[in-house]
Write a protein that binds this ligand. Structure first.
Ligand SMILES: Nc1ncnc2c1ncn2[C@@H]1O[C@H](COP(=O)(O)OP(=O)(O)OP(=O)(O)O)[C@@H](O)[C@H]1O
Ligand SMILES: [Mg+2]
Length: 456
Protein backbone atom coordinates (compact mmCIF):
# COMPACT_ATOMS: atom_id res chain seq x y z
CA UNK A 1 0.00 0.00 0.00
CA UNK A 2 1.45 3.39 -0.96
CA UNK A 3 1.89 6.19 1.59
CA UNK A 4 -0.66 8.25 -0.33
CA UNK A 5 -3.45 5.63 -0.16
CA UNK A 6 -2.54 4.86 3.47
CA UNK A 7 -2.87 8.52 4.41
CA UNK A 8 -6.19 8.89 2.59
CA UNK A 9 -7.64 5.71 4.13
CA UNK A 10 -6.57 6.77 7.61
CA UNK A 11 -8.05 10.24 7.16
CA UNK A 12 -11.34 8.71 5.91
CA UNK A 13 -11.52 6.27 8.85
CA UNK A 14 -10.84 9.12 11.26
CA UNK A 15 -13.63 11.18 9.73
CA UNK A 16 -16.12 8.30 9.92
CA UNK A 17 -15.18 7.52 13.52
CA UNK A 18 -15.55 11.15 14.64
CA UNK A 19 -18.88 11.47 12.77
CA UNK A 20 -20.25 8.32 14.44
CA UNK A 21 -19.05 9.47 17.85
CA UNK A 22 -20.62 12.90 17.40
CA UNK A 23 -23.94 11.42 16.23
CA UNK A 24 -23.99 9.00 19.15
CA UNK A 25 -23.37 11.85 21.62
CA UNK A 26 -26.06 14.10 20.13
CA UNK A 27 -28.66 11.29 20.00
CA UNK A 28 -27.94 10.26 23.64
CA UNK A 29 -28.33 13.82 24.91
CA UNK A 30 -31.52 14.26 22.92
CA UNK A 31 -32.96 10.98 24.23
CA UNK A 32 -32.30 11.98 27.86
CA UNK A 33 -33.89 15.39 27.28
CA UNK A 34 -36.88 13.72 25.54
CA UNK A 35 -37.49 11.38 28.50
CA UNK A 36 -37.52 14.38 30.81
CA UNK A 37 -39.99 16.17 28.53
CA UNK A 38 -42.35 13.15 28.50
CA UNK A 39 -42.31 12.99 32.30
CA UNK A 40 -43.01 16.69 32.58
CA UNK A 41 -45.94 16.44 30.13
CA UNK A 42 -47.42 13.50 32.10
CA UNK A 43 -47.08 15.41 35.37
CA UNK A 44 -48.74 18.50 33.89
CA UNK A 45 -51.63 16.36 32.64
CA UNK A 46 -52.01 14.76 36.04
CA UNK A 47 -52.11 18.15 37.79
CA UNK A 48 -54.65 19.53 35.31
CA UNK A 49 -56.93 16.49 35.82
CA UNK A 50 -56.61 16.69 39.63
CA UNK A 51 -57.39 20.42 39.69
CA UNK A 52 -60.49 19.99 37.48
CA UNK A 53 -61.66 17.05 39.59
CA UNK A 54 -61.39 19.15 42.77
CA UNK A 55 -63.30 22.04 41.13
CA UNK A 56 -66.02 19.66 39.93
CA UNK A 57 -66.31 18.09 43.43
CA UNK A 58 -66.65 21.50 45.12
CA UNK A 59 -69.28 22.60 42.61
CA UNK A 60 -70.85 19.12 42.65
CA UNK A 61 -70.88 19.26 38.87
CA UNK A 62 -70.09 15.93 37.17
CA UNK A 63 -70.86 17.32 33.72
CA UNK A 64 -68.22 20.08 34.11
CA UNK A 65 -65.57 17.41 34.89
CA UNK A 66 -66.55 15.28 31.91
CA UNK A 67 -66.61 18.19 29.47
CA UNK A 68 -63.21 19.36 30.74
CA UNK A 69 -61.78 15.85 30.34
CA UNK A 70 -63.22 15.78 26.80
CA UNK A 71 -61.57 19.14 26.14
CA UNK A 72 -58.24 17.80 27.47
CA UNK A 73 -58.56 14.67 25.32
CA UNK A 74 -59.07 16.84 22.24
CA UNK A 75 -56.13 19.11 23.16
CA UNK A 76 -53.68 16.31 24.12
CA UNK A 77 -53.86 13.37 21.74
CA UNK A 78 -51.61 11.53 24.23
CA UNK A 79 -54.57 11.27 26.64
CA UNK A 80 -55.97 7.97 25.36
CA UNK A 81 -58.87 7.40 27.75
CA UNK A 82 -60.21 8.32 31.15
CA UNK A 83 -62.38 6.34 33.67
CA UNK A 84 -64.12 8.50 36.23
CA UNK A 85 -65.60 6.93 39.42
CA UNK A 86 -67.69 9.11 41.76
CA UNK A 87 -68.12 7.99 45.35
CA UNK A 88 -70.76 9.68 47.41
CA UNK A 89 -71.24 7.80 50.66
CA UNK A 90 -72.04 4.29 49.55
CA UNK A 91 -73.16 5.37 46.09
CA UNK A 92 -70.77 4.90 43.19
CA UNK A 93 -71.15 6.21 39.63
CA UNK A 94 -68.81 5.26 36.80
CA UNK A 95 -68.24 7.12 33.54
CA UNK A 96 -65.85 6.20 30.69
CA UNK A 97 -64.27 8.56 28.18
CA UNK A 98 -62.72 6.56 25.33
CA UNK A 99 -61.20 3.10 25.67
CA UNK A 100 -57.64 1.77 26.06
CA UNK A 101 -56.18 1.17 22.54
CA UNK A 102 -55.00 -2.35 21.74
CA UNK A 103 -51.63 -1.12 20.36
CA UNK A 104 -49.08 1.34 21.71
CA UNK A 105 -47.47 1.81 25.07
CA UNK A 106 -50.02 3.17 27.51
CA UNK A 107 -49.06 4.37 30.99
CA UNK A 108 -52.03 4.39 33.31
CA UNK A 109 -52.12 7.19 35.90
CA UNK A 110 -54.54 7.54 38.77
CA UNK A 111 -55.90 10.65 40.51
CA UNK A 112 -58.04 10.52 43.68
CA UNK A 113 -59.45 13.71 45.18
CA UNK A 114 -62.07 14.34 47.88
CA UNK A 115 -64.32 17.30 48.64
CA UNK A 116 -62.64 19.20 51.54
CA UNK A 117 -66.12 20.07 53.00
CA UNK A 118 -67.59 16.55 52.48
CA UNK A 119 -64.83 13.95 52.90
CA UNK A 120 -67.10 11.05 51.77
CA UNK A 121 -67.55 12.76 48.41
CA UNK A 122 -64.62 11.35 46.39
CA UNK A 123 -63.77 11.18 42.72
CA UNK A 124 -61.22 8.74 41.27
CA UNK A 125 -59.92 9.23 37.73
CA UNK A 126 -57.77 6.66 35.92
CA UNK A 127 -56.41 7.93 32.61
CA UNK A 128 -54.15 6.38 30.03
CA UNK A 129 -51.21 8.33 28.56
CA UNK A 130 -49.97 7.12 25.18
CA UNK A 131 -46.17 7.45 25.44
CA UNK A 132 -45.69 6.92 21.70
CA UNK A 133 -47.82 9.96 20.96
CA UNK A 134 -45.89 11.99 23.57
CA UNK A 135 -42.60 10.86 22.10
CA UNK A 136 -43.50 11.50 18.48
CA UNK A 137 -42.40 15.21 18.31
CA UNK A 138 -39.20 14.29 20.16
CA UNK A 139 -38.45 11.50 17.68
CA UNK A 140 -39.19 13.90 14.87
CA UNK A 141 -36.64 16.37 16.29
CA UNK A 142 -34.09 13.56 16.58
CA UNK A 143 -34.64 12.58 12.96
CA UNK A 144 -34.12 16.18 11.84
CA UNK A 145 -30.99 16.52 13.92
CA UNK A 146 -29.57 13.28 12.46
CA UNK A 147 -30.30 14.53 8.96
CA UNK A 148 -28.44 17.79 9.67
CA UNK A 149 -25.58 15.83 11.20
CA UNK A 150 -25.42 13.54 8.21
CA UNK A 151 -25.28 16.44 5.76
CA UNK A 152 -22.74 18.52 7.66
CA UNK A 153 -20.74 15.36 8.43
CA UNK A 154 -20.65 14.31 4.76
CA UNK A 155 -19.64 17.83 3.77
CA UNK A 156 -16.79 17.99 6.30
CA UNK A 157 -15.76 14.43 5.37
CA UNK A 158 -15.58 15.52 1.73
CA UNK A 159 -13.55 18.59 2.63
CA UNK A 160 -11.30 16.55 4.93
CA UNK A 161 -10.72 13.92 2.26
CA UNK A 162 -9.86 16.55 -0.36
CA UNK A 163 -7.42 18.08 2.12
CA UNK A 164 -5.93 14.63 2.85
CA UNK A 165 -5.54 13.95 -0.89
CA UNK A 166 -3.90 17.37 -1.38
CA UNK A 167 -1.56 16.97 1.61
CA UNK A 168 -0.59 13.40 0.78
CA UNK A 169 0.07 14.41 -2.83
CA UNK A 170 2.31 17.34 -1.83
CA UNK A 171 4.12 15.05 0.62
CA UNK A 172 4.61 12.11 -1.68
CA UNK A 173 5.47 14.11 -4.81
CA UNK A 174 8.80 15.06 -3.27
CA UNK A 175 9.40 11.50 -2.03
CA UNK A 176 8.65 10.04 -5.45
CA UNK A 177 11.01 12.59 -7.07
CA UNK A 178 13.65 11.77 -4.45
CA UNK A 179 13.35 8.03 -5.07
CA UNK A 180 13.75 8.64 -8.84
CA UNK A 181 16.97 10.56 -8.22
CA UNK A 182 18.15 7.81 -5.83
CA UNK A 183 17.47 5.30 -8.60
CA UNK A 184 19.61 7.34 -11.00
CA UNK A 185 22.41 7.39 -8.42
CA UNK A 186 22.16 3.64 -7.94
CA UNK A 187 22.49 3.30 -11.73
CA UNK A 188 25.82 5.14 -11.48
CA UNK A 189 24.81 8.74 -12.31
CA UNK A 190 26.59 10.18 -9.28
CA UNK A 191 26.17 13.88 -8.50
CA UNK A 192 22.57 14.22 -9.80
CA UNK A 193 20.53 16.63 -7.68
CA UNK A 194 16.87 17.17 -6.95
CA UNK A 195 15.77 20.79 -7.40
CA UNK A 196 13.38 21.25 -4.48
CA UNK A 197 13.07 24.30 -2.26
CA UNK A 198 11.09 24.21 0.99
CA UNK A 199 11.73 25.17 4.60
CA UNK A 200 10.27 21.98 6.07
CA UNK A 201 11.67 18.52 6.86
CA UNK A 202 11.40 17.45 3.22
CA UNK A 203 13.50 20.45 2.19
CA UNK A 204 16.11 19.49 4.80
CA UNK A 205 16.08 15.86 3.59
CA UNK A 206 16.54 16.98 -0.02
CA UNK A 207 19.44 19.24 0.97
CA UNK A 208 21.16 16.37 2.82
CA UNK A 209 20.46 14.05 -0.09
CA UNK A 210 21.92 16.49 -2.64
CA UNK A 211 24.98 16.94 -0.42
CA UNK A 212 25.37 13.17 -0.26
CA UNK A 213 25.09 12.86 -4.04
CA UNK A 214 27.75 15.57 -4.57
CA UNK A 215 30.01 13.86 -2.02
CA UNK A 216 29.57 10.52 -3.80
CA UNK A 217 30.52 12.17 -7.09
CA UNK A 218 33.59 13.73 -5.44
CA UNK A 219 34.57 10.38 -3.96
CA UNK A 220 34.13 8.76 -7.34
CA UNK A 221 36.50 11.32 -8.87
CA UNK A 222 38.95 10.69 -6.01
CA UNK A 223 38.72 6.95 -6.67
CA UNK A 224 39.34 7.41 -10.39
CA UNK A 225 42.21 9.82 -9.71
CA UNK A 226 43.62 7.36 -7.20
CA UNK A 227 43.61 4.50 -9.69
CA UNK A 228 45.16 6.58 -12.47
CA UNK A 229 47.74 8.18 -10.11
CA UNK A 230 48.79 4.85 -8.67
CA UNK A 231 49.05 3.31 -12.10
CA UNK A 232 50.98 6.25 -13.52
CA UNK A 233 53.22 6.88 -10.52
CA UNK A 234 54.23 3.22 -10.31
CA UNK A 235 54.48 2.50 -13.97
CA UNK A 236 56.50 5.46 -15.23
CA UNK A 237 59.48 5.25 -12.80
CA UNK A 238 59.52 1.46 -13.05
CA UNK A 239 59.42 1.74 -16.84
CA UNK A 240 62.34 4.18 -16.76
CA UNK A 241 64.37 1.90 -14.46
CA UNK A 242 63.58 -1.08 -16.65
CA UNK A 243 64.78 0.70 -19.79
CA UNK A 244 68.05 2.00 -18.19
CA UNK A 245 69.15 -1.38 -16.76
CA UNK A 246 69.87 -3.17 -20.14
CA UNK A 247 71.64 0.01 -21.34
CA UNK A 248 73.94 -0.07 -18.30
CA UNK A 249 74.61 -3.81 -18.80
CA UNK A 250 75.44 -3.15 -22.45
CA UNK A 251 77.81 -0.25 -21.67
CA UNK A 252 79.58 -2.14 -18.88
CA UNK A 253 80.00 -5.26 -21.10
CA UNK A 254 81.54 -3.12 -23.85
CA UNK A 255 84.08 -1.87 -21.25
CA UNK A 256 84.68 1.52 -22.97
CA UNK A 257 85.45 4.50 -20.72
CA UNK A 258 82.82 6.70 -22.38
CA UNK A 259 80.23 3.95 -21.95
CA UNK A 260 81.11 3.64 -18.25
CA UNK A 261 80.59 7.40 -17.77
CA UNK A 262 77.22 7.12 -19.49
CA UNK A 263 76.31 4.23 -17.18
CA UNK A 264 76.96 6.48 -14.19
CA UNK A 265 74.53 9.00 -15.67
CA UNK A 266 71.93 6.23 -16.16
CA UNK A 267 72.44 5.14 -12.56
CA UNK A 268 71.68 8.72 -11.42
CA UNK A 269 68.48 8.64 -13.40
CA UNK A 270 67.54 5.29 -11.86
CA UNK A 271 68.22 6.77 -8.43
CA UNK A 272 65.94 9.75 -9.23
CA UNK A 273 63.16 7.38 -10.28
CA UNK A 274 63.62 5.25 -7.17
CA UNK A 275 63.39 8.47 -5.14
CA UNK A 276 60.17 9.38 -6.93
CA UNK A 277 58.73 5.91 -6.25
CA UNK A 278 59.82 6.15 -2.63
CA UNK A 279 58.18 9.57 -2.20
CA UNK A 280 54.94 8.37 -3.74
CA UNK A 281 54.77 5.27 -1.53
CA UNK A 282 55.59 7.38 1.56
CA UNK A 283 52.75 9.76 0.62
CA UNK A 284 50.38 6.82 0.13
CA UNK A 285 51.33 5.43 3.55
CA UNK A 286 50.78 8.88 5.10
CA UNK A 287 47.32 9.09 3.51
CA UNK A 288 46.48 5.65 4.86
CA UNK A 289 47.64 6.74 8.34
CA UNK A 290 45.57 9.93 8.13
CA UNK A 291 42.44 8.03 7.04
CA UNK A 292 42.87 5.56 9.90
CA UNK A 293 43.50 8.38 12.38
CA UNK A 294 47.00 7.01 13.05
CA UNK A 295 49.04 10.03 11.95
CA UNK A 296 50.73 10.88 15.24
CA UNK A 297 52.78 13.99 15.88
CA UNK A 298 55.14 14.32 18.83
CA UNK A 299 55.00 17.99 19.81
CA UNK A 300 58.14 19.56 21.21
CA UNK A 301 59.46 23.14 21.27
CA UNK A 302 60.91 23.76 17.82
CA UNK A 303 62.93 26.65 16.35
CA UNK A 304 61.50 27.36 12.90
CA UNK A 305 64.47 29.37 11.51
CA UNK A 306 66.94 26.48 11.06
CA UNK A 307 64.21 24.12 9.82
CA UNK A 308 63.09 26.63 7.16
CA UNK A 309 66.72 27.23 6.13
CA UNK A 310 67.21 23.49 5.73
CA UNK A 311 64.07 23.15 3.60
CA UNK A 312 65.11 26.11 1.41
CA UNK A 313 68.59 24.56 0.95
CA UNK A 314 66.93 21.30 -0.11
CA UNK A 315 65.45 23.07 -3.14
CA UNK A 316 68.49 25.30 -3.87
CA UNK A 317 69.77 23.29 -6.84
CA UNK A 318 66.34 22.82 -8.36
CA UNK A 319 65.47 26.50 -7.98
CA UNK A 320 68.79 27.52 -9.55
CA UNK A 321 68.24 25.21 -12.49
CA UNK A 322 64.74 26.61 -12.91
CA UNK A 323 65.85 30.26 -12.65
CA UNK A 324 63.78 30.89 -9.56
CA UNK A 325 64.98 32.67 -6.40
CA UNK A 326 64.08 31.11 -3.04
CA UNK A 327 64.22 33.61 -0.13
CA UNK A 328 64.02 32.49 3.46
CA UNK A 329 62.89 35.42 5.65
CA UNK A 330 62.01 33.34 8.70
CA UNK A 331 63.87 34.78 11.64
CA UNK A 332 63.16 36.06 15.12
CA UNK A 333 59.89 34.19 15.70
CA UNK A 334 59.46 32.35 19.01
CA UNK A 335 59.80 28.55 19.11
CA UNK A 336 56.62 26.64 18.28
CA UNK A 337 55.19 23.44 19.68
CA UNK A 338 55.59 21.01 16.79
CA UNK A 339 56.88 17.74 15.38
CA UNK A 340 60.07 18.69 13.47
CA UNK A 341 59.82 15.89 10.86
CA UNK A 342 56.19 16.69 10.10
CA UNK A 343 56.77 20.45 9.85
CA UNK A 344 59.70 19.76 7.51
CA UNK A 345 57.32 17.64 5.41
CA UNK A 346 54.81 20.55 5.30
CA UNK A 347 57.49 23.05 4.24
CA UNK A 348 58.88 20.69 1.58
CA UNK A 349 55.40 20.07 0.13
CA UNK A 350 54.57 23.78 -0.01
CA UNK A 351 57.98 24.73 -1.45
CA UNK A 352 57.75 21.92 -4.02
CA UNK A 353 54.33 23.25 -5.11
CA UNK A 354 55.58 26.84 -5.26
CA UNK A 355 58.53 25.84 -7.47
CA UNK A 356 56.32 23.61 -9.60
CA UNK A 357 54.09 26.53 -10.60
CA UNK A 358 56.65 29.36 -10.74
CA UNK A 359 58.38 29.96 -14.06
CA UNK A 360 61.93 31.21 -14.62
CA UNK A 361 62.54 34.70 -13.21
CA UNK A 362 60.01 34.17 -10.42
CA UNK A 363 60.43 34.25 -6.67
CA UNK A 364 59.48 31.95 -3.79
CA UNK A 365 59.55 33.46 -0.32
CA UNK A 366 59.34 31.94 3.15
CA UNK A 367 57.98 34.28 5.87
CA UNK A 368 56.75 33.96 9.45
CA UNK A 369 55.07 36.24 11.96
CA UNK A 370 53.65 35.92 15.42
CA UNK A 371 49.90 36.51 15.88
CA UNK A 372 47.54 36.34 18.82
CA UNK A 373 43.88 35.29 19.01
CA UNK A 374 41.38 34.14 21.65
CA UNK A 375 42.99 30.67 21.64
CA UNK A 376 46.49 31.99 22.36
CA UNK A 377 49.73 32.87 20.51
CA UNK A 378 50.56 31.43 17.10
CA UNK A 379 53.31 31.65 14.52
CA UNK A 380 51.96 31.94 10.98
CA UNK A 381 54.34 30.55 8.34
CA UNK A 382 53.78 31.60 4.72
CA UNK A 383 55.15 30.15 1.50
CA UNK A 384 54.50 32.73 -1.22
CA UNK A 385 55.30 32.54 -4.90
CA UNK A 386 54.98 34.79 -7.91
CA UNK A 387 53.88 31.90 -10.11
CA UNK A 388 50.83 30.87 -12.05
CA UNK A 389 48.25 30.98 -9.27
CA UNK A 390 44.95 29.20 -9.68
CA UNK A 391 41.30 29.77 -10.62
CA UNK A 392 38.33 30.08 -8.23
CA UNK A 393 37.01 26.70 -9.38
CA UNK A 394 40.29 25.00 -8.42
CA UNK A 395 40.66 26.70 -5.05
CA UNK A 396 37.70 25.02 -3.37
CA UNK A 397 38.84 21.41 -3.54
CA UNK A 398 42.64 21.27 -3.58
CA UNK A 399 42.90 19.98 -0.02
CA UNK A 400 41.20 16.69 -0.97
CA UNK A 401 43.35 13.63 -1.60
CA UNK A 402 44.16 12.81 -5.25
CA UNK A 403 42.81 16.17 -6.39
CA UNK A 404 44.74 18.53 -8.61
CA UNK A 405 43.84 21.85 -10.14
CA UNK A 406 43.38 22.43 -13.83
CA UNK A 407 46.60 24.52 -13.78
CA UNK A 408 48.70 21.30 -13.80
CA UNK A 409 47.49 20.68 -17.33
CA UNK A 410 49.27 23.82 -18.54
CA UNK A 411 52.61 22.12 -17.90
CA UNK A 412 54.70 22.23 -14.72
CA UNK A 413 58.36 22.33 -13.76
CA UNK A 414 59.26 18.71 -12.93
CA UNK A 415 56.81 15.85 -12.77
CA UNK A 416 53.09 16.43 -12.55
CA UNK A 417 52.41 14.93 -9.13
CA UNK A 418 49.42 13.05 -7.71
CA UNK A 419 47.44 15.61 -5.74
CA UNK A 420 48.38 14.31 -2.27
CA UNK A 421 50.68 17.10 -1.00
CA UNK A 422 48.10 19.62 0.26
CA UNK A 423 45.92 16.89 1.76
CA UNK A 424 48.87 15.70 3.83
CA UNK A 425 49.83 19.31 4.71
CA UNK A 426 46.33 20.09 5.95
CA UNK A 427 46.13 16.90 8.04
CA UNK A 428 49.55 17.50 9.65
CA UNK A 429 48.70 21.12 10.53
CA UNK A 430 45.32 20.01 11.91
CA UNK A 431 47.16 17.49 14.11
CA UNK A 432 49.08 20.46 15.52
CA UNK A 433 45.83 22.31 16.27
CA UNK A 434 46.53 24.89 13.56
CA UNK A 435 44.98 25.64 10.17
CA UNK A 436 46.01 26.23 6.58
CA UNK A 437 44.85 29.19 4.51
CA UNK A 438 45.41 30.00 0.89
CA UNK A 439 45.24 33.09 -1.28
CA UNK A 440 45.71 32.74 -4.97
CA UNK A 441 44.79 34.48 -8.20
CA UNK A 442 45.40 33.30 -11.74
CA UNK A 443 48.62 34.91 -12.95
CA UNK A 444 49.34 36.62 -9.62
CA UNK A 445 50.97 33.88 -7.58
CA UNK A 446 49.80 32.02 -4.47
CA UNK A 447 50.28 32.34 -0.71
CA UNK A 448 49.89 29.29 1.52
CA UNK A 449 49.88 30.09 5.27
CA UNK A 450 49.80 27.59 8.14
CA UNK A 451 49.73 28.29 11.85
CA UNK A 452 51.56 26.57 14.73
CA UNK A 453 51.08 27.25 18.44
CA UNK A 454 53.87 29.17 20.22
CA UNK A 455 55.65 26.91 22.74
CA UNK A 456 55.34 27.79 26.43
N1 LIG B 1 51.78 27.26 -5.34
C1 LIG B 1 50.80 26.85 -6.14
N2 LIG B 1 50.47 27.54 -7.25
C2 LIG B 1 49.49 27.13 -8.05
N3 LIG B 1 48.75 26.03 -7.86
C3 LIG B 1 49.04 25.31 -6.77
C4 LIG B 1 50.05 25.66 -5.84
N4 LIG B 1 50.07 24.76 -4.86
C5 LIG B 1 49.14 23.85 -5.14
N5 LIG B 1 48.49 24.17 -6.29
C6 LIG B 1 47.37 23.48 -6.90
O1 LIG B 1 46.90 22.57 -5.95
C7 LIG B 1 46.91 21.23 -6.48
C8 LIG B 1 47.12 20.24 -5.36
O2 LIG B 1 48.39 20.38 -4.82
P1 LIG B 1 49.02 19.14 -4.11
O3 LIG B 1 50.31 19.54 -3.52
O4 LIG B 1 48.00 18.56 -3.22
O5 LIG B 1 49.20 18.12 -5.30
P2 LIG B 1 50.29 18.12 -6.45
O6 LIG B 1 51.36 19.09 -6.13
O7 LIG B 1 49.57 18.28 -7.73
O8 LIG B 1 50.82 16.64 -6.37
P3 LIG B 1 51.81 16.06 -5.25
O9 LIG B 1 51.94 17.08 -4.19
O10 LIG B 1 51.15 14.82 -4.79
O11 LIG B 1 53.09 15.82 -5.95
C9 LIG B 1 48.00 21.28 -7.50
O12 LIG B 1 47.84 20.26 -8.44
C10 LIG B 1 47.77 22.65 -8.10
O13 LIG B 1 46.70 22.61 -8.99
MG1 LIG C 1 52.29 19.10 -4.20
Amino acid sequence: MTIRSRLITQAALLQIASLLLLSYGVVSVQRALGEREVLRAETLLKHAVARTATDALIQKDQVQLLSYLNFLKAQYPALAYAHVVWHKGTKTTTQNLGAAPSVGRIDERRVRVSDPSMPDSIVEISFGVDRDVLREPILERQRMMLKVLLWTGSLTALLGLSLAVFLSRSLTTSLVALSRVAEQISEGHLGVRLEWESDDEIGALVRVFNGMSTRLADLDIVKKNFVSSVTHELRSPLGAIESFLPLIREKISAGEKQGLNLSLDYLDRIAANVQRLNRFITDLLDVAKIEQGRMECVLRPLALGPLAAEAARFFEAKALAQGVVVENMIDGVPPVLADADRVRQVLINLLANALKFTPSGGKVRLEAEQVRDAAGRWVEVTVADTGRGMSDADRGRLFQAFTQGTNVNEGVAGHKGTGLGLYIVKSIVAQHGGRVEMKSEPGNGSRFTFSLRVAG
